[in-house]
Design a binder for this molecule. Sequence first.
Ligand SMILES: Cc1cc2nc3c(=O)[nH]c(=O)nc-3n(C[C@H](O)[C@H](O)[C@H](O)COP(=O)(O)O)c2cc1C
Length: 183
Amino acid sequence: MVIEPHKRSQVMPLPVVLISTIDKKGVRNLAPWSCVMPILRPLDEIAIASWIKRDTLNNIRETEEFVINIPTADMIEAVKISSQNFPPDVDEFEKAGLKSHISKKVNAPGVEDCLAWAECKLIEEISRKNYSLIISKVLHLEENDSYFNNKGEFDYEKAKPLLIYKMRFSYPVNVSNVMNLSI
Ligand SMILES: Cc1cc2nc3c(=O)[nH]c(=O)nc-3n(C[C@H](O)[C@H](O)[C@H](O)COP(=O)(O)O)c2cc1C
């Protein structure tokens, strides 16, 4: 059976992150993002794909900075609010009821209470007619200690990282049924 493009996430669930940026005037912007790809290991580069009409993309072009925030399933309402198309002068942290997490290496703030934060710097934009690929360098990567146990292991049941699956939000990680994968 042929899979239509909008149904691809049925066979390939995608992560849900929040990308935070600020514009030159300091207005905070937020948007959920799924087309996010770490570029190999151990390289500290991440690529994101952006439709051309995004305040996020405009802000990245303007400031060359952004933060990738990993939200929990408990933040789903805020994630949904931030997916709305607000005008660029609207503070989307306020709209979504989220607080800033102070960034260490970039001016764009992160989102408080997320699982982790990657502070990124634009390296290269690959422009196509309707979209751009943004290749960035991770300047600072930080985890939220409250989701790690005293052995330093990530607690998936507590954290509930979000995925997008069949065009629905989901938390499909089954920690009792994992296989060891030596990579
Ligand atoms: C789960 C989810 C994933 C998304 N992933 C992307 C993406 O990878 N690239 C993109 O351009 N838009 C993506 N969007 C759409 C943007 O989040 C949405 O258009 C948002 O309003 C853009 O905000 P902005 O104009 O403030 O950047 C996604 C939306 C959702 C709900």
